[in-house]
Design a protein around this ligand. Structure first.
Ligand code: SAM
Length: 207
């Protein structure tokens, strides 16, 4: 498909470590506090523009580490590139792609195989990989956390505004949005609020 030819699929495990620090030390504690009060112990995450899967697998590994029972999580990961999605679903990563991931995570959540690493099936089972076009209607709802990083940069102003509205519609009240380091919602007509944490900046949907 043409999309496979023209779009950058650049990604890596735990890309922008500060986001994962913010996820662990700010977002998850906040969500646990909010959701516990509502008697809900399930966290829903969307990795939009997940490329070859390193982003959702990183999230799944981190949450598996830090969420105590009875908390559960599920991740929906989507991309327009069927080729990237196929690689993501397979969950095999060549040695050369294994950077920025701690040995403890590697050992605990993958098997060493010839030429690389294979992600364990229990981590894979936490993620539903879907073909998604972020420029067209999506039916996701009540997401507590959205990672849409390094995707908006490929969209023109009109498409970016439409996508930000779509992300808003897919998210629960009091939810969290991560965008890429070189991306901003500044100057856009949106209700997302900018939040600067000790670890990284992110956006919140408060209402
Ligand atoms: C640079 S990668 C970012 C991957 C990951 N989010 C990260 O930050 O490491 C951008 C991804 O967005 C996907 N993408 C671009 N346009 C899209 C669209 N309209 N719908 C869904 N995915 C799209 C590309 O196929 C690519 O995999």
């Amino acid at each position: 498909m043409a999309d496979d030819v023209f779009l950058s699929d650049l990604t890596r495990f735990f890309r922008n470590q500060a986001h994962f620090e913010a996820l662990e030390h700010y977002v998850i504690p906040e969500l646990m506090r909010i959701k516990k009060a509502a008697g809900n112990t399930a966290i829903k995450i969307w990795s939009a523009g997940c490329s070859t899967g390193e982003e959702p697998y990183s999230i799944a590994m981190l949450l598996s580490e830090i969420l105590p029972p009875p908390w559960t999580f599920e991740i929906v990961a989507g991309d327009i590139s069927r080729r990237s999605l196929a690689a993501a679903k397979e969950g095999f990563y060549a040695d050369s792609r294994i950077t920025d991931i701690g040995d403890n995570y590697l050992k605990k959540y993958s098997d060493k195989v010839e030429g690389g690493y294979k992600i364990h099936t229990d981590i894979k089972s936490k993620i539903r990989f879907d073909h998604q076009d972020l420029k067209n209607g999506l039916t996701l709802q009540n997401m507590d956390i959205v990672f849409c990083r390094n995707v908006l940069i490929y969209f023109d102003e009109e498409a970016k505004a439409a996508l930000v509205d779509r992300l808003w519609d897919s998210m629960a009240a009091k939810s969290f949005l991560f965008i890429g380091n070189s991306e901003t919602l500044f100057g856009m007509d949106t209700q997302f609020e900018f939040v600067k944490t000790k670890w990284a900046a992110l956006y919140r949907k408060f209402t």
